[in-house]
Design a binder for this molecule. Structure first.
Ligand code: WT7
Length: 632
């Protein structure tokens, strides 16, 4: 059954209903799915513990809703078109019934290995169809997947495996990325030296690199799939059983495992997918994210499959073999809804229109943006040259923790205002709070973006550390979910996201904690301490600026030190977190009580030379002058 709203008036009605009687509203939507047993309580919640339970007592398996449920009506419909990294590479497609069979086979193989409900499985894989199979096989047998983006280093992977105490890792021998091949199997091998919980690794033969296989541990995917039955009984899950863990960065400490559960996540990703993108039967949808991020989870895998959609999955990168690759793929598959990140748009904008205009983009109906604020220039370029002024731009604001899109236009139904994410989806009750925690009622004011009522796909906990969940999201303001973003509501009630108000930075749509990067830098032999801040970057949105205090006993030329520091970040987190600028300093500006004055460092990184506001608490003001003088 379609959950799609088809007019703006209907949106307004549904929105009002979702606020006035949320339980009835979500029950009606949830009833359209296949449940093995109905729920007894629609919602039980408080934001103080926090405790949030949707559809309690309900029993289901999400894979029956995204595969089995569709077999009778769309078994032969393509679920995914897979486009290879190489433009002349052989693509593949997989139908709903083929995907069902593959998922069942892997589920059976995983059960044979002793995997069962509640076990954690780490997935570290390229953008290939086997990754979708792996995700869904976990869900089929009730194992909890934890996908780690394959750009993270072996140290970062090991941290995540150990935090979740995963028993199995699913990976590949390597991956194709533009004109490079990356040997991810050896990264996994290195991680597993310090991951005692892992019993096996399953390896997909992706680039045929003939890697070394550890005989008692490593298994080829194609070997364990052989001879498996194409049917597999799905595990019966409670609505509130964990579906997956996804690690994301915060202001402090190591990344935390955001937990999503089966029932609520299913209902919300399906509902938001159909409405934001206005997906209609027969359309082809393409989300360019990696499955390692929440966007890939919700809008490559779960949302589209739950809706019975046909989507594109692309193995490669937007600029290989040339910057027309995205548009060539849109033409090839006649993509109707296209969803990407501002950073991709900004990097392609600079490549001229010849590589855009040579492709037929007339199939496009809706074009989306996600991950970071989209600036005016990028918005207009996207709207004019990709959407040909004919397609609404849906600027979708949401987070790993929200599970699905929270603020956005609904296809062409909603009014649109460049750089404004727009209105809340039905069921979402955003508010802006001032520093004292009072709700800002008037429009045209900035405040802290918070949400005052639960929606089905809100995070339930942070894995293994419920207090952390409470402290990070539910303690800044009593009885509100705190997003970490600042926002402004305009005179029409539309929201515009300003950016993070905490020590989280957003680099090319990837989220990092400044503390996490500092920790990686501080492991370096030359570093004594460091401070990392974000600064505006034309393509990436934010760049990473690191101020590093160097051990004066270690004499070395600065180029050597800087490349060694970069290496430490690549090893600790991954190349994606490499600082854009590193300034070696003799000290950091601190208050008399020893706190680093990041505000000043942020201003210097932005190019400010003076006007640092109140500096009366600075211990050593001359340090600031020195840093300004040598700033990059
Ligand atoms: C943070 C969440 C949501 C999936 C990808 C990122 C920023 C996200 C927008 C947008 C302005 C945005 C926020 C948010 N963000 N979408 N449309 N406009 N900012 O997920 O890694 O959990 O990061 O990304 O700052 O808090 P994430």
């Amino acid at each position: 059954m379609s959950l799609r709203i088809t007019s703006y008036e209907e949106y307004q009605d549904k929105y009002a209903q979702s606020v006035n009687s949320p339980e009835e509203f979500w029950s009606e939507i949830a009833e359209t799915f296949t449940w093995k047993q109905p729920w007894t309580k629609t919602l039980d919640w408080n934001f103080s513990e926090p405790k949030i339970k949707w559809f309690e007592g309900g029993k289901l398996n999400i894979t029956e809703n995204l595969l089995d449920r569709h077999l009778a009506t769309r078994g032969d419909q393509v679920a995914f078109y897979w486009e290879a990294n190489d433009i002349d590479g052989e693509g593949k497609s997989i139908t709903y019934s083929e995907l069902h069979a593959e998922v069942c086979k892997l589920s059976n193989a995983m059960r044979e290995l002793g995997l069962a409900k509640g076990d954690r499985v780490c997935i570290y894989m390229p953008m290939i169809l086997e990754s979708v199979v792996a995700i869904l096989a976990c869900a089929r047998i009730g194992a909890i997947h934890s996908i780690v983006f394959a750009g993270f280093s072996s140290n970062a992977l090991a941290d995540r495996i150990n935090d979740a105490q995963a028993k199995l890792v699913i990976t590949s021998d390597g991956l194709n990325r533009g004109n490079k091949q990356v040997d991810i199997k050896s990264m996994v091998d290195e991680s597993l030296l310090s991951c005692p919980s892992i019993e096996h690794s399953i390896v997909v033969d992706c680039i045929h690199s003939n890697p070394e296989m550890k005989s008692d541990r490593d298994l080829w995917y194609h070997d364990i799939m052989e001879g498996q039955s194409t049917t597999c009984e799905a595990e019966i899950m409670d609505a509130e059983d964990m579906l997956f863990i996804l690690y994301t960065s915060g202001s402090t400490g190591k990344p935390k495992g955001v937990v999503h559960t089966c029932g609520g996540y299913m209902v919300y990703t399906s509902y938001s997918f159909q409405n934001v993108f206005q997906y209609e039967e027969g359309d082809v949808f393409w989300c360019t994210a990696d499955i390692g991020w929440i966007t890939g989870h919700s809008y490559i895998v779960y949302g589209p499959l739950l809706a019975g959609a046909t989507s594109v999955i692309f193995e490669g990168i937007p600029t290989y073999p040339n910057p027309g690759r995205f548009w060539q793929i849109c033409e090839k598959y006649k993509v109707n809804q296209f969803y990407t990140a501002p950073t991709a748009i900004r990097s392609l904008m600079g490549c001229g229109l010849d590589v855009v205009n040579c492709y037929d983009l007339s199939s496009l109906k809706v074009i989306g943006s996600v991950g970071e604020p989209i600036n005016q220039e990028a918005w207009h370029w996207y709207h004019d040259n990709i959407g040909k002024k004919n397609c609404p731009v849906v600027d979708t604001w949401w987070q790993t923790e929200t599970g699905g899109i929270m603020l956005s236009g609904l296809g062409n139904l909603s009014p649109m205002h460049p750089t404004h994410a727009g209105y809340p989806l039905p069921g979402i009750q955003p508010v802006l709070l001032d520093a004292e925690g009072n709700e800002i009622i008037e429009n045209n004011q900035e405040g802290y973006l918070c949400i005052k009522f639960p929606w089905p796909s809100i995070l339930r906990t942070t894995y293994g550390d419920h207090d952390r969940c409470k402290n990070v999201y539910f303690s800044n303001y009593d009885n509100y979910y705190f997003t970490g973003d600042g926002a402004k509501r305009d005179e029409n009630g539309m929201y515009r996201i300003i950016g993070r108000v905490d020590d989280v930075i957003n680099v090319s749509g990837h989220r990092f904690g400044t503390a996490e990067i500092e920790d990686a830098i501080n492991t370096n032999q030359y570093a004594i301490e460091s401070a990392v801040v974000g600064y505006p970057h034309d393509i990436k949105g934010q760049g990473i600026y690191a101020y590093v205090v160097i051990d004066s006993n270690k004499i070395e030329d600065s180029a050597t030190i800087i490349s060694s520091l970069i290496e430490s970040v690549s090893t600790g987190i991954g190349k994606i977190a490499k600082p854009d600028k590193i300034q070696l300093v003799t000290g950091l500006p601190k208050t008399r009580s020893g706190k680093i004055m990041r505000r000043i460092l942020r201003k210097i990184a932005e190019g400010e030379k003076s006007n640092f506001g109140d500096t009366s608490t600075l211990l050593d003001p001359s340090l600031v002058e020195d840093i300004v003088e040598k700033s990059i």
